[in-house]
Design a protein around this ligand. Sequence first.
Ligand SMILES: [Zn+2]
Length: 436
Amino acid sequence: MTLIKNALIVTMNQHDAIIKSDILIRDGLIKALGKFRGAREEVVDARGLVVFPGFIQSHVHLNQTLFRNLVDDMPLMQWLKKNIWPMEAAHNARSIKAAARLGLAELILSGTTTMVSMETVHHTEEVLKQIAESGIRAITGKAMMDAGRGVPALLKQKTGDALAESVELLEKWHGHDAGRIQYAFAPRFAVTSSRRLLEETARLAREYQVAVHTHASETKEEVALVRKQFGTTNIQLFKQVGLLESPLIIAHGIYLTGTERKLLQRHRSLLVHCPTTNLKLGSGIADIPLYQQEKLQIGLGSDGAPCNNNLDLLREMRLAALLQKPKYGPGSMPAIRVVSMATRETAAALGLADRVGSIEIGKEADLAIFDFNTIQTTPGSNPCSQLVYSAGRENLRHLLVRGRFLLRDGLLTGWDHQQIVREGRDQARKLLQRLQ
Ligand SMILES: [Zn+2]
């Protein structure tokens, strides 16, 4: 049992209540809120600290963390074909492990407690092992590619193999650790998919009742390629093949027609806004206020490290808030709405609303505890404003998933920080040697 004492809690419940309270955690659950006395197993003094629900990142690629700072200033298709796919093809189990640990450590150090990731074609089990060890909550799957130009031979699989390997991973890992890890089918995007791959993915996702995670409508060039290959738009295609019938997590969605947006809204798909990546690759700016007006569900993601170049959701929150203000005015995208996107709204869209996304009795104790007693956050009377506009990852003091500390007093509890950096550097060097 853990008692977090004297905290200021940004609950993100349906009333957006901010309360002063203790949090009593038992068996990973928030058992009670209020004032408690008496001896407890473990007491954490949170006086002067601010507790938020842990953040949900709904689009990352852990395996790409080793490619950070290697490829900048390129448009999407060139960036994928010339650099990212060949580097993914050069991965082995050891380099994937190092990439996953580097990525997971960074997520933990910046407040993420739940992440949705798309991995590469091979060695995804290594990523799953690291996710299991890290303690983070995750929805993940191996990338499937069975078509398209410019895909390295090593990454282009036969349709049956891509699906069979996915099912094998799903059967082994979906539901691991009482549902902390969930599997999602991950066709990379329509451009590298055959129609049969998408149809079979839809069928299997329904059969196993799992989510599908993919990219769509990130650039105009991609939209044109999809029209050439399939004679329609991304979301119409997803409708035709049956993908909209399952929980669908779609990264980007910058170039969507009104009809496509209606389909996403009707099927309650989650669209993941990745503002830094969209700017860095020069892809465009998703019209999020319009999408929200149309009642689409919107999450936030960093995407992979090489197109960002970090995995810190605080930066995405700040950018997501600022990006819309020139067009919609300074009153658009207030800090609390962005925090809601990173917590409660995405939890609901991912089917996790009964577990996470707000600090309420009965939910699992996924908590990000910040210290705003620093120069850059002082003074402040609105914790959401402090978080989104002023704070950085250095303000994060503790991070808990299901009541377990993954970060304590700013330090990783499970892994050796320096070793992760060393292995990341070594494995990146070896991977680049394999590329030559
Ligand atoms: Zn991506």
